[in-house]
Design a protein around this ligand. Structure first.
Ligand code: HEC
Length: 121
């Protein structure tokens, strides 16, 4: 099967490039961590915030939208974070208050905290 073989050989490098692109895209998503919640703005917020520090310090917060807003101001004024404005700020506030609000402290699904003991009967 000369022709088939030839086709595979010619397709080889292309397929390899395609596979590489796919795996790079997947690795990019994983960089944010599988416990960085899905949702609109996930990549924008994740890459922006992880530029300076671990996302762990973001995940451990449980703040209201207003508190996140103040946090941005604090980080701009005190920590040299670029100002977030307009739609971008809205998107970030939505994402953060949605996923790391006061009711959901963004804990990993498999909690490593000791679980309270069940009362024995
Ligand atoms: C320009 C760098 C920079 C960027 C970008 C940045 N931060 Fe920070 N952030 C800091 C620094 C510096 C600290 C202080 C770190 C420390 O105390 O170890 C900090 C601290 C924090 C803290 C901890 C506050 C506390 O009370 O301890 C939170 C939460 C936080 N950042 C959230 C975010 C979020 C959310 C984003 C994305 C919107 C973000 N940061 C983007 C620089 C940045």
């Amino acid at each position: 099967m000369r022709t088939l073989k030839g086709r595979i050989a010619r397709g080889g490098p292309l397929l390899a490039v395609a596979a590489l692109l796919v795996s790079t895209a997947a690795a990019g998503a994983d960089e944010l961590g599988s416990d960085w919640p899905e949702g609109p703005g996930r990549e924008d917020v994740g890459y922006f915030c992880s530029a300076c520090h671990s996302l762990a310090i973001v995940k451990q917060q449980g703040l209201t939208r207003g508190q996140w807003d103040e946090m941005f101001d604090w980080m701009v004024e005190e920590q040299g974070m670029p100002e977030l404005e307009g739609e971008m700020r809205e998107e970030f506030l939505d994402y953060l208050s949605e996923n790391f609000g006061p009711d959901d402290r963004g804990e990993p699904q498999m909690s490593t905290r000791p679980q309270p003991l069940q009362p024995q009967k």
